[in-house]
Ligand binder design. Structure first.
Ligand SMILES: [Zn+2]
Length: 345
């Protein structure tokens, strides 16, 4: 027996993080925008059965390129999170459960996924998710170096260590934070979760962890209705069905002021779901496209004013219009110098 073999769960986790390849060096010739064509899911046409635009991520980048704010060559392409990477948060039994297609069908809410051989489900559904997880984890490193970074995918906030759900198969936010603790020497992280749904995954994972402050603004009338996880939210802001842009932004201003007084983070993880948009069948809120851009700007200003690195994840919101709205918001952030693109100082 080697005396240097890890003896506790924490050591095992730490060693997994330290030996991971996900934190590679990103040259300065790249922008803090993370995306891979592997993100986009196409699966024998069955993705059309789902109410989601499963190529949203690629379309966001395409809009940014067309608008001249992003050069394809400057996009950072992440690596796929390996099994060892995923074990930093997930249990072996949970990862094994994904080897049964029926379980993946339940998590993604696409019933036909259940009848396909698992090798196909792994390749066409879970692999894209694992690359997005690699993107979220890398985003924290890039944010520390550049001030902020956007993973054009990720934000799977319904998944925790031992359970997936609501289209979320891997707990990318929890993973990202654990990597930041070890690799970036950070000990206080604020999650600002502004997706329309409650972020019960990270809430369960950090339920008793004082290093993580969670501000969650969500519609209490919709999925996941996870009342136990609500107890773990540090600042709960409920925005019921029908909430308008004006009401929403006023509540956000107030929430950010409260968060500022309550916690002194070294990194902000911003879960920027666009299912708050008016017309989204799942989110049921009434926020305008301009309202989304103003929301994102407020969160970026919050972090920049305090010089705190910010990671943005696009999370939920899969209407056909979502990609355009997200791209327009990133263009606005670039115009206001809240994110630096194209090598400009
Ligand atoms: Zn959502």
């Amino acid at each position: 027996m080697s005396t240097s073999s890890p003896s506790t769960a924490d050591e095992v986790r730490r060693n997994r993080i330290l030996s991971s390849k996900l934190y590679f060096d990103v040259p300065i010739t790249k922008d803090p925008i993370i995306y891979s064509t592997s993100y986009d899911i196409s699966f024998l046409g069955i993705e059309k059965l789902h109410p989601f635009d499963s190529s949203k991520w690629g379309r966001i980048c395409q809009f940014l390129v067309e608008n001249g704010v992003l050069d394809r060559e400057r996009i950072v392409e992440p690596l796929e999170a390996t099994k060892d990477d995923l074990l930093v948060v997930h249990s072996e039994s949970y990862l094994n459960s994904l080897k049964i297609s029926l379980n993946v069908a339940k998590i993604t809410e696409v019933a036909p996924v259940g009848v396909f051989p698992n090798c196909l489900v792994q390749k066409k559904v879970l692999y894209p998710f694992r690359v997005q997880v690699g993107g979220t984890i890398l985003a924290a490193k890039l944010a520390k170096e550049r001030g902020c970074a956007i993973n054009v995918g990720g934000g799977f906030h319904h998944c925790c260590a031992d359970q997936g759900g609501g289209f979320c198969a891997y707990a990318d936010i929890s993973l990202c934070i654990h990597y930041a603790f070890v690799r970036l020497n950070i000990s206080r992280v604020m999650i600002i979760d502004l997706d329309a749904h409650q972020g019960n995954g990270h809430e369960r994972d950090f339920s008793d962890d004082r290093r993580v402050y969670i501000l969650d603004m969500y519609n209490p009338n919709i999925y996941p209705l996870d009342f136990e996880a609500r107890r773990y939210i540090d600042q709960r802001v409920e925005v019921p069905s029908g909430t308008t842009t004006e009401e929403y932004l006023a509540k956000l201003d107030e929430a950010l002021q409260v968060a500022e007084k309550a916690f002194d983070p070294e990194m902000v993880i911003y879960n920027a779901g666009t299912d708050i948009l008016d017309g989204d069948p799942l989110g049921r809120l009434r926020i305008s496209p301009d309202g989304v851009a103003i929301r994102d700007e407020k969160v970026f200003m919050f972090a920049r004013d305090k010089n705190i690195p910010l990671v943005m994840l696009t999370s939920g919101g899969y209407m056909k219009s979502s990609a355009r709205v997200i791209a327009d918001s990133i263009i606005n952030l670039s115009n206001k110098s809240l994110i630096t693109m194209g090598g400009s100082i």
